[in-house]
Design a protein around this ligand. Structure first.
Ligand code: HEM
Ligand code: NAG
Ligand code: NAG
Ligand code: NAG
Ligand code: NAG
Length: 326
């Protein structure tokens, strides 16, 4: 049996399609030719920022998460609101608690001076989050890049897509599933709460009026609750106050977060809900007890999170400054 030339052509086309996918994809080292120092420059800016303010590592990791979950990892979280548009940045889950914008802006400024119009803000943020994990003693990992920047940023979408800290396990699982992430990845990614801080209002419901009972959350260790009440009084002054998510090692990316949950010292209802079923509690214990496996899983989940809804190829744009569309 021999192939006719028409068949040969089909075979050839199928092969070409297999080897050059029609829609562009992210790839590690995307800027190797177009801007060889791109990742080094971002890392240098992150390093300088963290030396001045250790909390910015946590800020940048959260910034990437909040970017990815709203319209994909397209840098939309970085855009300022205008007279006509209330942007993601202005929504309550982001304002005033998100931090690290100035690190992205300064990296962008340097990148524009050496490779004008080349490196997207969405990629800068993905690199910066990776570097932040690394500088906090997480594992190094490669970030596939080639993201393009989005031109739309809506506060309403931040509000409807970002999980609030009062969610239970089912709600969290559904929220992450809607972004293509598994429950296991959700549990692993939440391990980012091993670094950084929280404003009091994200958990005061657990301290003063849990379930409208006027009591504290019985799922919260009483000694820890008493400590938190001292840091977060039941009045308006609490709004600007913050506490560390992991008081044992607030700037080190480790597995204390999971150990704290197991000791009823997780700060948020959402954190504590991770042990609300035997199956998920087993995963929390596994992460708590094996830092290396946890860190590897975390890196892989960050790469996956960074691929949510990305723009590639000719989609979107490369912004000239990260806080404004072109
Ligand atoms: C599972 C659902 C999640 C909920 C409900 C949640 C909620 C929160 C809340 C309320 C804060 C406190 C913000 C503040 O008041 O300053 C916070 C902080 C933080 N979150 Fe999450 N988070 C979740 C998942 C994640 C994920 C997936 C990541 C990253 C991979 C992440 C990274 C962080 C970091 C690093 C901080 C500290 C930020 C800082 O210090 O500025 N979170 N989170
Ligand atoms: C904002 O809206 C006004 C009135 O609708 C319009 O004239 C102006 O061009 C808009 N500005 C931007 C930046 O879109
Ligand atoms: C907290 O403050 C509110 C409003 O001022 C008050 O109604 C409530 O009783 C207080 N709760 C506790 C436990 O002090
Ligand atoms: C009240 O708290 C318990 C946990 O102690 C929880 O299972 C229940 O769903 C809560 N009820 C409401 C209405 O939030
Ligand atoms: C809030 O409560 C704390 C502790 O109870 C108290 O020291 C502080 O003065 C109060 N602040 C305001 C603004 O009421």
């Amino acid at each position: 049996m021999s192939l006719r030339s028409g068949d040969m052509l089909i075979v050839l086309l199928v092969c070409l399609c297999l080897f050059s996918p029609l829609d562009a994809q992210l790839q590690v080292g995307f800027y190797k030719k177009s801007c060889p120092n791109a990742e080094l420059i971002v890392r240098d800016e992150v390093r300088k920022a963290i030396i001045k303010n250790g909390g910015l590592a946590a800020g940048l990791v959260r910034l990437h998460f909040h970017d990815a979950f709203v319209r994909g990892a397209d840098g939309s979280v970085l855009i300022d609101s205008t007279a006509n548009n209330s942007a993601e940045k202005s929504a309550p889950p982001n304002n005033p608690s998100l931090r690290g914008f100035e690190v992205i802006d300064s990296a962008k400024k340097r990148l524009e001076s050496v490779c004008k119009g080349t490196v997207s803000c969405a990629d800068i943020l993905a690199f910066a989050a990776r570097d932040s994990v690394r500088f906090s003693m997480g594992l190094p990992y490669s970030v596939p890049s080639g993201r393009r920047d989005g031109r739309v940023s809506l506060a309403s979408e931040a509000l409807s897509n970002l999980p609030p800290p009062i969610l239970n396990l089912n709600q969290l699982t559904q929220n992450f599933a809607s972004k293509g992430l598994t429950q296991d990845e959700m549990i692993t990614l939440t391990g980012a709460h091993s670094i950084g801080r929280s404003h009091c209002n994200a958990f005061t419901n657990r301290l003063y009026n849990f379930n409208s009972t006027g009591r504290q959350d019985p799922g919260l260790d009483p000694t820890y609750a008493a400590q938190l009440k001292r840091s977060c009084p039941n009045n308006s002054s609490s709004a600007n106050l913050v506490v560390p998510l992991d008081p044992i090692s607030p700037t080190i990316f480790d597995t204390n977060f999971y150990k704290l949950i197991l000791a009823k010292r997780g700060l948020f209802t959402s954190d504590e809900s991770l042990i609300s079923t035997p199956a998920t509690a087993a995963k929390v214990r596994a992460n708590a007890n094996n830092a290396n496996v946890f860190k590897q899983k975390f890196s892989a989940a960050m790469v996956k999170m960074g691929k949510i809804g990305v723009l590639t190829g000719k989609q979107g744009e490369i912004r000239s400054v990260c806080n404004k569309i072109n």
